[in-house]
Design a protein around this ligand. Structure first.
Ligand code: AMP
Ligand code: FE
Ligand code: FE
Ligand code: ZN
Length: 292
């Protein structure tokens, strides 16, 4: 059984529709697909229909932009009730923060002689729940300013570059609690991705586990072999679920092909069993995995 638990569509910053993603996942030989658009469940309904038609199992989720001690942490939330009002409010605040930042980024771009308009960004954002840096990158590509998203981030949009502007992110501890109360389970995405330098450390992760964190995404392209080994050790010590995923964004992110990392079926089973517990405890009628 081949399991990929972290992917994006045009509901956030992927380049595929939910239908295209599901078809690509089936074609890649996946049996279970996790859909985790940034801060939104907008792609769920279309993915449900497509997964049913393609005969692939679907775990509905989202990747929430949070902050811990001033650092950005992406939190994967699987199977929460997306109508739970505190979760809706939390996600709305993140999406608004992302949208509200666009004019400031455009202002910074003008200071380096690049004239991009809000309409340029809106045109490429299409169905997305909010316009993020990847959409600004796409607008820069469309204008011929850069070749691809990677170049836009490297030259302009990454921290330290001329057009970088910070945005709101939800407090991590509170987000874990809200997702759990919504009947879902949480996994830290690319915990030690390239820029985060082994933060949160083992001690911080232990504290989050106490709060209800269910797992760590260990196998991810942003982790080298040593980071994976160390994270696997931390997960083992804390009895956290270990996941592995592509973080696929269609053609929007190079080196993240579907199934380039996968999750052990036994780990998936543990995650889904924790989700079932959270679902029952919450009384929220949270969604269940489809096709499993
Ligand atoms: P935002 O949340 O609007 O600040 O945008 C962050 C998103 O940009 C992340 O979710 C990544 O998926 C994406 N991203 C970051 N760096 C790159 C890159 N070099 N190429 C493509 N996408 C990127
Ligand atoms: Fe992304
Ligand atoms: Fe992420
Ligand atoms: Zn992601």
């Amino acid at each position: 059984m081949r399991v990929d638990l972290h992917t994006h569509t045009r509901a956030s910053d992927g380049t595929q529709s939910p239908e295209e993603l599901v078809e690509a996942a089936a074609a890649a030989g996946l049996d279970v697909l996790g859909l985790t658009d940034h801060d939104t469940a907008d792609g769920w309904a279309a993915a449900e229909r497509a997964a049913d038609a393609a005969g692939i199992a679907l775990v509905r989720g989202m990747e929430i932009s949070t902050r811990l001690d001033g650092r950005g942490v992406h939190l994967l939330a699987y199977l929460p009730d997306p109508t739970y009002p505190p979760l809706v409010a939390l996600l709305d605040e993140v999406l608004e923060g992302r949208n509200d930042r666009v004019p400031a980024v455009l202002e910074r771009l003008r200071t380096v002689g690049i004239d991009l308009t809000e309409e340029d960004v809106a045109r490429v954002s299409g169905d997305a729940a909010a316009s993020g840096r990847p959409h600004i990158a796409d607008a820069l590509v469309a204008r011929g300013v850069v070749r691809d998203r990677d170049e836009a981030f490297a030259r302009l949009l990454n921290p330290g570059m001329p057009a970088y502007v910070d945005r709101y992110a939800a407090p991590l501890r509170e987000t874990i609690e809200v997702v759990t109360a919504a009947g879902g389970v949480t996994v830290i995405a690319h915990a030690w991705g390239r820029r985060t330098l082994r933060v949160p450390d083992a001690e911080a992760i232990a504290e989050l586990a106490e709060l209800g964190l269910a797992g760590l995404e260990v196998d991810h392209q942003d982790h080298d072999e040593r980071a994976r080994a160390e994270l696997r050790g931390i997960a083992r010590d804390l009895d956290l679920v270990v996941t592995g995923s592509s973080d696929h964004h269609g053609t929007g992110k190079v080196g993240h092909d579907l199934a380039c990392n996968t999750t052990d079926p036994e780990e998936l089973e543990r995650l889904l069993s924790l989700a079932a517990d959270a679902r029952h405890a919450s009384g929220r009628g949270a969604p269940e995995p489809l096709g499993l």
